[in-house]
Design a protein around this ligand. Sequence first.
Ligand code: SF4
Length: 106
Amino acid sequence: MAGKVRLTGALSAPVSSVGTAWKRSGACRDADPDLFFPTSESSDVLQVKAAQAVCRECPVARLCLIWAMETNQRSGIWGGKTTGQRGGLKSVASRRRNRARRRDAA
Ligand code: SF4
């Protein structure tokens, strides 16, 4: 799913702990990249579901999701999750980190 990510130079390349080699194994590598970038994730429900169906069969979905979250992708379906779903996962992770910090400080 590298089609929509535009890298404008080495300094602006998104950095992730999982690198980018996994992209070569994505189930979407021969799919139309537009499938994964619906105009509206809330109204293009069938398109979102079609993209997520491809992701469900993907052997690198977990790495894809980690990459998208670590590089703060603000659009598209990555790792089977919409932008809104990734935001929800970030909120949960943030709350867990804050709880752990409070516990450690007590
Ligand atoms: S999880 Fe989905 S978007 Fe990511 S590489 Fe696999 S098929 Fe492509």
